[in-house]
Design a protein around this ligand. Structure first.
Ligand SMILES: [Zn+2]
Length: 803
């Protein structure tokens, strides 16, 4: 789901793992942030291994559905019956099954009713007041369960607990057995624009038509798994879904002029489309551009005529975790094939006249770009179709999703609407991979679905258009405002979906940005991409947990990233690395300590090479990667009004920085030997510049140190020091650098990659000439005379006494 549609307050219940609980020795300045996750992760077993891969005895359940239903447009009512075949692949005996009745979220008697605190806002709409006033009135929404029987028609005992239903099995279901049963049900479809939620209808008073989004519409099996038994946490409309894979056959009877887009492939287009439409469908199979199967003129004619007859559409979908559909006579429908590793995928879109100018040009091409790009980063898209439906929302299902993006009455649209539409299509189509195929438990871990998906969404947007605006995720600087919040407003990413206060930033932006920083700044693209792809490959069509992701990323990269998972996923501390002081040290060959002089130089430095916009290193690297072709440039049919102008340059931070240049005293240095250096040695040393930098970790979250050196001759150099430099002291660090040239200024994280929340302590100038240190030739004292670590200064000064 697109987060901005669901910004509600979560329920504050204790239970999140707090950052301090996971430290071995909280009072120490080391030995905490770099310790292995160890017992914080579940113990590996024969189902899930320590490497992060499924184990030799990995199992999962399966549920096949055969559903028949009919839509009464006038009463907004859906009536259905389903035959479910449930396969018990677990090693356990089952005496009951749990099913999800998600429509009960709208019911006044069967909803979970886990309320949040509330207060009177300053501005109240009459609609809002109505909702508050009517909250206690009974409505007729929610699932009506008419009958549940076994395959022979014998009734089965069942009990509804809010949004969950337990069905008693007539006999114990043993490992390896299957059970066939049948449910008859119906429900009153709600007005999605008024009641909210993911499914329902939207009514268009202008033309008197409906657009139905049928989602969570049939009673669905809960997941029974090796790691938590039944996932039957109540549905509060917040934490999304956990679902079992299976095969679907669905037949829906709807008004004869409705067009249906659904999970899977339609089996009877020849019966439900007109001959002209069917001919265009066949023509689309080999088309290079989207073909209108149902044209705008046909959709507009249907809107007026309102056919009273009905037709039945038949769809099939194999190996999916869910099934959704959209139905309306307002739909224009277009299609075009895309090829993923040689396999054809029909990319399709459905939209009313309200969205036509945007969707006709961009939607199906964005679908194709999304499945191709996600396939590059994860696994090849395995399904035969991928579809985008305009429904003024953002919600995902296998092979189909619902998106927003309507135009002005005159057919124009703003650039913000355009990028919003492209963003939501890419996001929702991308959910095919997370969580529809790499099938994590959304009810428990929203970030495994939204965070991972938002991350690959960002990669996909960046590969659509090198000017795609950055919105809240991706580069480090995009998450700074969230990371800066007071601690009582933050919770770790590893927090249950229902308990999150700042849902959007916590479950979408922070994990997406953390993964992007991991890719661009910590691991590098090659190492990260291989490991992330391996996670997708291992867990496609399975049920992964966070530990499976963390372990796989370590396992496939030879990088122990436990410090990163600890800091970014289990902790709430922000990044704030500070450059506290700089000492410029020069060799003193005279043995005579000299006085130092101090001057202060102030100058304004342009913060970014490209003026007022922060650099998005993903964009720079994508530009340099000649293997990337941006559809926004290559495909001229995508060049709209905005293409001619500077695209995607949203204003960000125009602040300039004052850099103080302070001269600092050098320090006195002793020697090891009385033997003076010879001239060659002296001149070699005299050609070097020594800088000793002191850093402190003010934010708490350990990160790599990225230093931009600007030399006196105007050249620049970026140096990257891995985060492990903080291992022995997580709060303070002194480090010596040896340069060939004199340094004019120093800046930490010049491209704002690390999400550093306070940049005022990131810059320092360097002194011209200041203090001297004395230097003598070292005596050969055996191995101990070799400099420790990579810091030659350890041999000098008081360290000498240790020799
Ligand atoms: Zn989403």
């Amino acid at each position: 789901m697109k987060n901005k549609l669901l910004i509600l307050l979560g329920i504050c219940v204790a239970g999140a793992i707090q950052a301090q609980d996971i430290h071995n020795n909280p009072t120490s300045n080391h030995g905490n942030k770099f310790e292995a996750l160890g017992t914080i992760l579940p113990t590996p077993n024969e189902y899930r291994t320590a490497s992060g891969a499924p184990g030799p005895k990995y199992w999962q359940q399966r549920a096949d559905y055969d559903i028949t239903c009919s839509l009464d447009e006038n009463k907004q009512w859906l009536t259905g019956s389903e035959t479910i075949t449930y396969f018990n692949n677990s090693p356990n005996e089952l005496t009951y099954l749990w099913m999800q009745l998600d429509e009960n979220e709208h019911s006044t008697k069967n909803n979970a009713n886990y309320q949040d605190g509330s207060s009177m806002p300053k501005i109240v709409s009459d609609q809002m007041l109505d909702r508050v006033a009517n909250a206690k009135e009974t409505n007729d929404y929610g699932d009506n369960i008419v009958k549940i029987t076994d395959a022979l028609g014998k009734p089965l005992d069942h009990m509804v607990n809010k949004t969950m239903m337990r069905i008693e099995l007539p006999a114990t279901l043993k490992p390896g057995q299957k059970f066939v049963f049948k449910i008859n049900w119906n429900y009153h479809i709600s007005d999605r624009m008024k009641t909210g939620g993911r499914g329902g209808y939207e009514y268009f008073p202008e033309d008197g038509n409906y657009l139905f989004t049928m989602t969570q519409w049939y009673p669905r099996l809960c997941v029974y798994s090796d790691f938590q038994g039944w996932q039957n946490n109540q549905f509060t409309s917040r934490g999304e879904f956990a679902l079992t894979f299976g095969n679907f056959k669905v037949q829906m009877t709807v008004p004869a002029d409705h067009i249906i887009g659904a999970t899977g492939e339609c089996q009877n287009y020849q019966q439900v489309l007109t001959p002209g439409q069917f001919a265009r469908w066949q023509q689309a199979q080999t088309a290079k551009e989207p073909v209108e199967i149902v044209t705008l003129a046909e959709a507009k004619a249907s809107e007026v005529k309102k056919n009273k007859a009905t037709k039945t559409w038949i769809f099939k979908a194999d190996n999916v975790r869910d099934f959704a559909w959209g139905s309306s006579r307002k739909f224009v429908m277009d299609a075009m094939p895309a090829y993923v590793e040689g396999k054809k995928v029909m990319c399709m879109s459905y939209y009313g006249k309200e969205a036509y100018p945007l969707y006709r040009r961009f939607s199906t091409k964005a679908v194709a770009h999304t499945i191709k790009t996600y396939s590059h980063f994860t696994i090849p898209f395995p399904y035969p179709v991928a579809q985008s439906v305009e429904a003024a929302n953002g919600m995902e299902y296998p092979m189909i999703c619902f998106n927003y993006g309507r135009c002005e009455k005159d057919g124009t649209y703003s650039e913000a609407t355009k990028y919003g539409m492209l963003g939501v299509v890419i996001h929702e189509v991308g959910h095919n991979f997370f969580p529809m195929i790499i099938n994590s438990d959304e009810r428990q871990w929203t970030w495994m679905d939204e965070g991972l998906n938002s991350f690959v969404e960002y990669l996909t947007e960046e590969r659509w258009d090198n000017h795609f605006p950055v919105r809240g995720k991706g580069p480090g600087w995009a998450i700074v405002d969230y990371m800066k919040l007071p601690k009582d407003q933050l919770e770790p990413i590893m927090t249950n979906s229902e308990n999150i206060v700042n849902f959007g930033p916590n479950a979408y932006s922070k994990p997406a940005t953390a993964l992007n920083i991991l890719r661009e700044t910590v691991m590098g693209r090659e190492l990260f991409d291989y490991a992330f792809k391996e996670y997708a490959r291992r867990w496609a069509f399975k049920h992964p947990t966070p530990a499976d992701l963390f372990r796989t990323m370590n396992d496939a990269s030879a990088e122990n990233l436990d410090w990163y998972w600890r800091g970014w996923f289990y902790g709430i501390e922000p990044v704030d690395l500070s450059l506290d002081s700089v000492k410029h040290l020069t060799p003193d060959f005279s043995h005579v300590p000299e006085h130092t002089t101090t001057t202060v130089v102030k100058h304004i430095d342009k913060p970014y090479p490209d003026g007022k916009f922060p650099t998005d290193i993903s964009k720079v690297r994508n530009r340099e990667d000649k293997s990337i072709v941006f559809p926004s440039d290559a495909d001229t049919s995508l060049h709209d009004f905005y293409y001619k102008y500077t695209r995607g340059q949203i204003p960000y931070d125009t602040a300039t920085y004052t850099v103080e240049s302070t001269h600092i005293n050098g320090r006195e240095v002793n020697s090891f030997s009385d033997e003076p250096l010879d001239d060659a040695e002296k001149s070699k040393l005299q050609s070097k510049q020594f800088y000793e930098l002191q850093f402190s970790n003010k934010g708490g979250l350990v990160m790599p140190i990225i230093i931009e050196w600007t030399y006196k001759d105007g050249t620049r150099e970026i140096e990257r020091i891995p985060a492990q430099v903080w291992r022995k002291n997580e709060a303070r660090l002194t480090k010596l650098f040896v340069k060939d040239k004199e340094v004019r200024s120093i800046k930490l994280d010049p491209n704002r990659e690390t999400a550093d929340i306070d940049e005022s302590n990131n810059s320092w100038p360097v002194v011209q000439t200041e203090s001297k240190f004395e230097i003598f030739k070292a005596k050969q004292l055996g191995p101990r005379a070799i400099p420790q670590a990579n810091n030659p200064m350890q041999m000098t000064g008081k360290d000498k006494k240790a020799f």
